[in-house]
Each structure stands twice: as structure tokens, then as C-alpha cells.
Design a protein around this ligand. Structure first.
Ligand code: HEC
Ligand code: HEC
Ligand code: HEC
Ligand code: HEC
Ligand code: HEC
Length: 324
């Protein structure tokens, strides 16, 4: 009996082994050891700004809010805003990715994280604005990019303006009306000093500055800066996405847009200027040797004191005037 028992045990063992081997070979066809990359929690390219799976886009598609249960970054990366690593041991703070040009670590809540120049210093205010709009466009023909930078950093005719001339500026990231997609309604002109001068000029109240978001050619109508002042070219409506300098030529905002002569309306047309007297420096100065603008001998013009040009006042022989 003992022998038979042993045979049975051997037989069962043999059959099981045969089954096991055939079973394994069947499984083998479907099963491979995963490569290291396939163990990743995130999609391929999640860390790659050039990839369409980039985590910036993922956040954009989830209302930009990295806090809380969804989209869930806190569950594995530690608590916002520091994200010190959590169970994943991967932290944006120490990743070496969220750093400025000089390698200084930045926080997610810096104003140039989601829009603007990601590599600029956290306190470079002009870099908070596009290029790099929210869809990562960098070309000025994209409406999110447009002529932001020349407005903020200044150029030939001005030393630049602040965001609040055209937007309600959030002081923190997670505040009402910031992250919500408001489209063109995000352009609001009555926050700053210049674009809207309702309190000063009568026709500002009648014709307040407006942003006209025509897709092909979005324009800014009736802004003080671009001609909506007594003696200015009130019909001039510069296009936000044209960056070739043609809209900051002399004559566009005041004077003759055809010839580029900046002299505003003359006495012949009911204005204050003497026809044919083109030397702006003769009258428009704060200090006599420092005119606001100068006409050169070759007939060309340039702005000498850019900070006093489009500033809500005119200077006439040393006097600052805001009362015309
Ligand atoms: C389920 C846990 C989990 C969640 C939720 C999670 N992560 Fe991760 N994340 C990881 C792990 C683990 C890694 C380490 C790399 C890996 O294994 O994929 C990682 C890596 C990363 C990396 C580095 C790139 C990479 O692929 O290695 C980034 C960037 C990242 N996560 C961002 C985020 C963001 C943003 C969120 C929220 C939208 C998020 N993660 C949510 C677990 C998670
Ligand atoms: C989490 C990503 C993110 C961060 C960080 C961020 N922004 Fe924004 N910001 C957005 C989004 C999204 C919009 C566009 C909303 C829309 O379409 O109207 C926006 C729009 C703006 C606008 C246009 C006006 C408006 O509110 O729509 C300004 C100005 C602005 N942000 C300034 C800032 C400043 C200042 C900071 C730093 C305190 C900052 N942003 C940080 C995502 C961000
Ligand atoms: C001269 C006016 C002006 C100034 C100054 C200005 N912006 Fe804008 N901004 C605009 C216009 C116009 C748009 C495009 C609105 C649209 O979507 O049609 C825009 C769009 C934006 C957007 C949305 C980009 C996108 O992807 O849609 C952000 C973010 C923004 N501005 C931030 C800023 C910040 C930050 C500053 C200051 C550092 C600033 N802007 C200064 C006029 C201005
Ligand atoms: C973007 C529109 C714009 C352009 C382009 C422009 N100006 Fe002006 N300019 C203004 C505004 C706005 C004022 C102030 C008008 C006011 O407050 O009544 C002004 C005022 C002046 C004044 C009087 C200055 C003062 O403060 O006493 C002179 C002179 C002048 N501009 C010369 C020029 C010259 C020269 C050019 C070409 C290099 C030029 N402007 C281009 C908008 C512009
Ligand atoms: C002879 C002196 C004189 C010269 C030269 C002169 N201006 Fe004026 N300008 C004035 C006076 C005066 C005013 C203000 C009139 C008032 O009080 O309404 C004025 C006003 C302006 C204004 C405000 C808008 C307006 O028409 O009231 C602008 C812009 C301007 N000048 C630009 C220029 C430019 C550009 C030149 C050179 C091409 C120039 N001016 C040359 C005397 C001069």
C-alpha cells in the first residue's frame, strides 16, 4: 500500500509539473518583465516641456489647480505649495527644473510659472507677461502674446507701463477671477492711470477705451496712450498683434499718419500749434536743455525724455500741464 501511495504521489507530482510547465509557457507569450520606463506613474513626456503630455498642459486642462484631491499632485508629492516630495520622493523645489537663469530655485506660485518667461528671475515683473502664453505660444502673432513686452519694457517712445493699465492684477495665484478663463474680458482698462483718463478729459467719458477682440486683428480703441486726447488722433486703433514698429511711428497717435509728422492740429485746424513750426523742443520741455522730443536737422524726430512722453501730462516751457 505504501508503495502504491508513493506511486500516486509521484504521478500527481509529474502531472502537476507538466501542467505547470505548459501553463508557464502559455503565460510566457503574454507576459514580459516591464521595462523601467513602463513602471512610471505618469505618461511618457510628463517632465518634457516639448511633449504634448507635459505636466503644464495637464494642469492647464485641469483648471491649473495643483492643490487638493484632483488632479491629485499632493497625494504623492507632498503638500502644496512646497511639494517636498511625499511618497514619490520627487519634488519640484529640488527637481532642478523650477529654477531661474542663474539656478536660483523658484516656487510654483511665482508669477512667471504658468505664463511669461519661466527662466526669468521671480521678481522681474515684465517677465510675468507673455511670451509664453498659457498655451505656450511665443510668437507675437498669437493673441495671448501680442505686443506685451514692448509695452512693459519700453522702447523708442516710452519707458514702459505696468500690467494694471490693461488688467486687474492678482496679488496671489489662487484668487477670484484669475485662473478662470475669461477670454478677452481679462482686458480691463480702468485700473491704471493712463489708458483711461475718464476723470480728466471729457471725451474719455463718452468714448472709454475698449478692447475689441477681433480674431484676425484685435485692436485697442480709444486709449489715451494711442491718441484719445484733445488734439490726438482719436480714430487710431492699434492692432495688438502687429509688432513691426509701424504703430509707434511719429504721426500715428498725434500728427499726420501719412507723412509721420507728429505736429498735432494747428491753429488753422482749431488746435494750439503754429502751422509749419516743427521744432517741438522749442516749447515742449521740462528743463530747457532737456526737451521731451527733439526734431533733428535731417527732419527726423526722437523722444529724448521717454518717461515724460506718454505720462498723462504735457510740458510747455517748464510747466507741467494736465488741464487742457
Ligand atoms: C499616484 C501618485 C502620483 C500622483 C497623483 C502624481 N504623481 Fe507625479 N510622480 C509620481 C512618481 C512616483 C514619480 C516618480 C517618477 C515615476 O515613477 O513616474 C512622479 C514624477 C513626477 C514628475 C517628474 C517627471 C517624471 O515623470 O519622472 C513630475 C513633473 C510630476 N510627477 C508631476 C506631477 C503633477 C503635476 C501631479 C499632479 C497633476 C502629479 N505628479 C501627481 C507619483 C505621482
Ligand atoms: C497656476 C498658473 C498661474 C500662475 C502661477 C499665475 N497665473 Fe496669472 N494667469 C493664469 C491663467 C490661467 C490666466 C488666464 C485667465 C483667463 O483666461 O482669463 C492668468 C491671467 C493673468 C493675468 C491677466 C488678467 C487675468 O486675471 O485674467 C494677469 C495680469 C496675471 N495672470 C498675473 C499673474 C500674477 C501677478 C501672478 C503671480 C501672483 C500670476 N499671474 C501667477 C495662470 C497663472
Ligand atoms: C497694453 C495692454 C496690456 C498690458 C500692459 C498687459 N497686458 Fe496682458 N494682455 C493684453 C491683451 C490685449 C491680451 C489678450 C487678450 C485676449 O485674449 O484677447 C492679454 C493677455 C494676457 C494673458 C493671457 C495670455 C493667454 O494665453 O491668453 C496674460 C497671462 C497676461 N495678459 C498677463 C499680463 C501681465 C502679467 C502683464 C504685466 C506684466 C500684462 N499682461 C500687461 C494686454 C495687456
Ligand atoms: C503711442 C502713441 C504715440 C506715439 C507713437 C507718439 N506719441 Fe507723442 N504723445 C503721445 C501722447 C499720449 C502724448 C501726451 C498727450 C497729452 O497728454 O495730451 C504725446 C505728447 C507728445 C509731445 C508733447 C510732449 C509733452 O509732454 O509736452 C511731443 C513733443 C510728442 N508727443 C512728440 C512725439 C514724437 C516726436 C513722436 C515720434 C518719435 C511721438 N510723439 C510718437 C503719444 C504718442
Ligand atoms: C510754439 C510752441 C510749440 C511748439 C513748437 C510745439 N508745441 Fe505742442 N503744444 C504747444 C502748446 C501751447 C500746447 C498746449 C495747448 C493747450 O493748452 O491746449 C501743445 C500741445 C501739444 C500736444 C497735446 C495735444 C494738443 O494738440 O493739445 C501734443 C501731443 C503736442 N503739443 C505735440 C507737439 C509736437 C509733436 C511738436 C513738434 C512737432 C510740438 N507739439 C510743437 C506748443 C507747442
Amino acid at each position: 500500500m505504501k508503495k502504491i501511495g508513493l506511486y500516486y504521489i509521484l504521478l500527481i507530482a509529474l502531472i502537476s509539473a507538466a501542467l505547470l510547465i505548459s501553463g508557464c509557457s502559455e503565460v510566457d507569450d503574454d507576459f514580459r518583465m516591464p521595462a523601467a520606463a513602463e513602471l512610471k506613474v505618469h505618461e511618457e513626456g510628463f517632465e518634457d516641456p516639448e511633449s504634448e503630455n507635459f505636466h503644464g498642459f495637464f494642469l492647464r486642462d485641469n483648471d491649473w489647480d495643483w492643490r487638493g484631491d484632483w488632479p491629485g499632485c499632493e497625494q504623492c508629492h507632498g503638500s502644496a505649495p512646497r511639494f517636498e516630495g511625499g511618497t514619490s520622493n520627487v519634488s519640484c523645489a529640488t527637481s532642478g527644473c523650477h529654477v531661474d537663469f542663474e539656478g536660483n530655485a523658484k516656487t510654483l506660485e511665482d508669477c512667471n510659472t504658468c505664463h511669461g518667461d519661466f527662466r526669468a528671475a521671480a521678481d522681474d515683473f515684465a517677465s510675468f507677461a507673455p511670451p509664453r502664453d498659457l498655451n505656450k505660444n511665443t510668437d507675437e502673432s498669437a493673441v495671448g502674446v501680442g505686443v506685451h513686452q514692448i509695452h512693459l519694457r519700453g522702447g523708442e517712445i516710452s519707458t514702459g507701463i505696468r500690467c494694471n493699465e490693461c488688467h486687474v492684477v492678482p496679488q496671489e495665484v489662487f484668487v477670484e477671477n484669475h485662473l478662470e478663463e475669461t477670454g478677452p474680458d481679462k482686458v480691463v482698462f480702468n485700473q491704471g492711470d493712463l489708458a483711461s483718463f475718464e476723470t480728466r478729459l471729457a471725451d474719455m467719458t463718452a468714448n472709454p477705451p475698449t478692447y475689441n477682440p477681433d480674431v484676425a486683428a484685435p485692436t485697442c480703441d480709444n486709449t489715451y496712450c494711442h491718441g484719445n486726447f484733445s488734439g490726438g488722433n482719436k480714430d487710431f486703433a492699434p492692432i495688438w498683434t502687429v509688432v513691426d514698429g509701424s504703430q509707434s511711428e511719429c504721426g500715428t497717435c498725434h500728427g499726420d499718419p501719412e507723412t509721420g509728422n507728429p505736429l498735432p492740429t494747428t491753429t488753422a485746424e482749431g488746435g494750439p500749434h503754429i502751422p509749419g513750426v516743427f521744432n517741438c523742443q522749442a516749447c515742449h520741455w521740462q528743463e530747457s536743455d532737456k526737451p521731451i522730443a527733439r526734431r533733428l536737422e535731417d527732419g527726423s524726430y526722437f523722444i529724448e525724455q521717454k518717461d515724460l512722453h506718454i505720462d498723462g501730462a504735457i510740458y510747455i516751457t517748464g510747466e507741467r500741464r494736465t488741464d487742457w
